[in-house]
Design a binder for this molecule. Structure first.
Ligand SMILES: *[C@@H]1O[C@H](CO)[C@@H](O)[C@H](O)[C@H]1NC(C)=O
Ligand SMILES: *[C@@H]1O[C@H](CO)[C@@H](O)[C@H](O)[C@H]1NC(C)=O
Length: 368
């Protein structure tokens, strides 16, 4: 039947068919709309198709990490296949500081019992070449508890000329070079333990203690940190890997990139954009290495930022950086809030009133 009908249709004369004008008109409308779409959402479209154009970084070998309260150091070292040292290593903690005043206090309070020297470098410009107040210098009194251990220097950054465009990654790399110099002057010796990370990438105290006490640990390893956004109320995933622990040697360099395939699991916290004031969010958004993500003045309005923080939504209206469609779609949209304040830095829990904004239910920030 059907075949027969198709056959008769094919035999109809075709000369009467309407000219395809309507197609032309449709194309004329659709094409500019598509073009407009690509211009406004170009970045989003390319990011959405990342799984097609980008390969994921080589995967890490994750070192299993054992810890429980009240288990002896010797036993913990042995569980990792290491042995215990007769004396703990000296520990140096090195950060390049921007404006994370609260995170720096939590970091130093948390790590103070294990650290020999806190090495901190602060620049008077941002990575994007904008003059920047010396936030650490003007708030130094807040860190008096660690004063005897602080090795501090300021870096004179380069101010971008009007109209010209400093390469943020270049300025970042000069600061890292300056940090290598400061480290050498800090009194560090070969064989000491060196933590290299951003201020908001905080190894847990028991991780530091393990690395300080165990013999046979790898000379370089990344630290896998639990990643949070805005506060400990919004856990993202375990994807943070840039922090590293080194046995300091002649080849150790301050870098924030991939250095080895080894990563120690569950080794601490990375709290991104964990600021007390909206003003600090705005500062970081404009100073950020990826400052090209800030589109227009609208995106810096205080009420907009406050709303996004409480919703666990993306400040930059960006798609997550994922390499499979499955992961990308899983991560789209808001970060589901958590009600857990367990296994967080002890100093935050002991001073929960002071750090309300980092805990579940505390998303409302003061403006400045
Ligand atoms: C910790 O160890 C001590 C001594 O071995 C023991 O008395 C104590 O009950 C242990 N505490 C916990 C919480 O297991
Ligand atoms: C940064 O510090 C250096 C040295 O103190 C100074 O010469 C320079 O003008 C400063 N830059 C800014 C932007 O304040």
């Amino acid at each position: 039947m059907i075949l027969q009908r198709m056959a008769t249709r094919n035999h109809r004369p075709t000369s009467r068919r309407a000219p395809p004008k309507i197609l032309f008109i449709l194309l004329l409308i659709i094409f500019p709309i598509c073009l407009l779409g690509v211009f406004t959402y170009g970045q989003k479209i390319t990011y959405f198709f990342r799984p097609l154009w980008d390969k994921p970084p080589r995967s890490f070998y994750r070192i299993p990490h054992y810890y429980a309260e009240n288990v002896s150091m010797e036993h913990l070292c042995r569980l990792h296949g290491w042995s215990i040292l007769p004396q703990p290593r000296q520990v140096y903690d090195a950060v390049i500081f921007s404006n994370e005043l609260d995170m720096l206090e939590i970091r130093w309070r948390e790590l103070n019992p294990y650290v020999t020297k806190f090495v901190i470098l602060e620049s008077n410009t941002t990575f994007t070449g904008i003059p920047k107040p010396l936030f650490f210098t003007s708030n130094r009194a807040r860190y008096a508890f660690a004063e005897a251990k602080i090795v501090h220097d300021t870096f004179s950054g380069r101010v971008a000329n009007r109209g010209s465009h400093e390469d943020p990654f270049k300025l970042e790399s000069w600061q890292r070079t300056a940090m290598n110099g400061l480290l050498r002057r800090s009194g560090i010796s070969y064989g000491d333990l060196l933590i290299i990370s951003d201020t908001d990438e905080i190894p847990s105290p028991h991780t530091l203690k393990l690395l300080q006490w165990c013999d046979g640990i790898p000379p370089v390893m990344h630290l896998e940190l639990r990643h949070y956004m805005y506060s400990f109320e919004f856990p993202v995933d375990y994807s943070s890997w840039r922090a590293t622990a080194h046995i300091y040697g002649p080849k150790t360099l301050y870098r924030h990139s991939r250095q080895t395939d080894l990563i120690l699991s569950d080794a601490g916290w990375h709290c991104s954009f964990c600021f007390r004031r909206i003003q600090e969010f705005v500062f970081k958004m404009t100073a950020y290495s990826h400052a090209d993500r800030v589109k227009g003045r609208d995106s810096l309005s205080y009420p907009r930022i406050q709303k996004l923080i409480c919703q666990g939504d993306d400040l930059f209206d960006m798609l997550p950086e994922e390499y499979t469609f499955k992961e990308l779609i899983k991560k789209l949209g808001r970060i589901p809030p958590s009600a857990s304040a367990v296994h967080l830095p002890a100093y935050v829990i002991a001073n929960a009133e002071k750090f309300r904004f980092l805990l579940p239910g505390g998303c409302v920030r003061s403006p400045d």
